[in-house]
Design a binder for this molecule. Structure first.
Ligand code: SF4
Length: 304
């Protein structure tokens, strides 16, 4: 990949929710509903806890290192410097989110040193596809938002936004998971289009490139959206929200089995696997129409 030089514009202020806004949707939760309505219910309405996996913790760590890497002067963004950030960033994350330390509980082998080494290995994948000394990201781990259809706030954290001298936008998402790419690629592109829609609505510019960086495979997937596609995508997002509202009113969130079930934390409660969902939490569902705005992960960057 050739990394082109970019400039640093003023960061935008996320759109404020006007009084008409009555619901909020993040790309992760929208993708949940699209993937499996019951998964959406478990995560966004029942709010069932999910144990952080080793892979997710490693993803959070690698995202944190890549975010901090760009705090260094350009010439200092070397593989060695990134490696030096791994342990301190893990210490910081565990201090801020003590539950992360629990990823080693019951893990075989429970080896924190190997965990840090594997995170460093993913960073090697990063340096194989990008040269951070030639980049000056405009934004990192930014919360962006826009209102669509006059009443739906769409919002989410993007890993990185690059802005070229001619104003062209490139949205970059780091993927650190070890799951087969084909299982998650549609979901990843859905999320990137979500960000593209927010940027288009807030800046009036369709991003030139949506980029997925697969660190484990050291591969890049670029996608170029256009405005017609984003118009259609906006309709899809609004329709998705209406479907969520309907499902909530009917208390009807059906399982949609797929190969993604292998990564679902809630198989024991899922009818597909012989389980029974808990009683529908009516009060939680009706009392909090903006619930999804609060279910944007507190720690951006956790990979899926
Ligand atoms: S196990 Fe599969 S079908 Fe069941 S809730 Fe999870 S993703 Fe949906």
């Amino acid at each position: 990949m050739t990394a082109e030089p970019v400039t640093t514009p003023q960061p935008p202020t996320p759109a404020q929710a006007p009084p008409t806004v009555r619901a909020s949707l993040s790309p992760s939760r929208a993708a949940d509903f699209k993937t499996c309505p019951l998964l959406y219910r478990f995560r966004s309405i029942d709010r069932l806890p999910e144990r952080t996996t080793m892979e997710q913790a490693r993803g959070t760590l690698v995202h944190a290192v890549l975010e901090r890497l760009f705090d260094l002067p350009a010439q200092g963004r070397t593989p060695a410097a990134a490696g030096d950030l791994v342990a301190p960033q893990w210490d910081r994350l565990v201090t801020e989110q003590p539950e992360l330390a629990g990823v080693f509980d019951g893990a075989e082998p429970a080896d924190p040193v190997e965990f840090l080494r594997s995170a460093a290995g993913l960073l090697e994948g990063y340096f194989a596809v990008e040269d951070p000394t030639r980049l000056e990201p405009a934004e990192r781990e930014s919360l962006i938002s826009a209102v669509v259809d006059d009443e739906l706030l769409i919002r989410g954290y993007l890993d990185r936004l690059d802005v070229a001298p001619d104003g062209a936008l490139r949205v970059v998402d780091y993927k650190t998971g070890g799951a087969p790419r084909e299982a998650f690629e549609a979901r990843a592109l859905f999320q990137l289009k979500f960000y593209a829609l927010v940027l288009w609505r807030t800046r009036g510019v369709v991003p030139r490139v949506l980029r997925l960086l697969y660190l484990r495979d050291a591969e890049v997937l670029d996608y170029t959206p256009d405005s017609d596609e984003l118009v259609r995508f906006e309709r899809t997002v609004v329709a998705l929200w209406r479907a969520i509202e309907q499902a909530t009113a009917r208390q009807d969130f059906r399982p949609r089995p797929s190969k993604l079930c292998d990564w679902c934390s809630h198989q024991a409660l899922c009818p597909t696997f012989g389980g029974t969902p808990p009683p529908f939490p009516v009060a939680a569902a009706s009392a909090d129409p903006l619930r999804d705005s609060r279910s944007v992960p507190a720690t951006p960057g956790a990979d899926e």
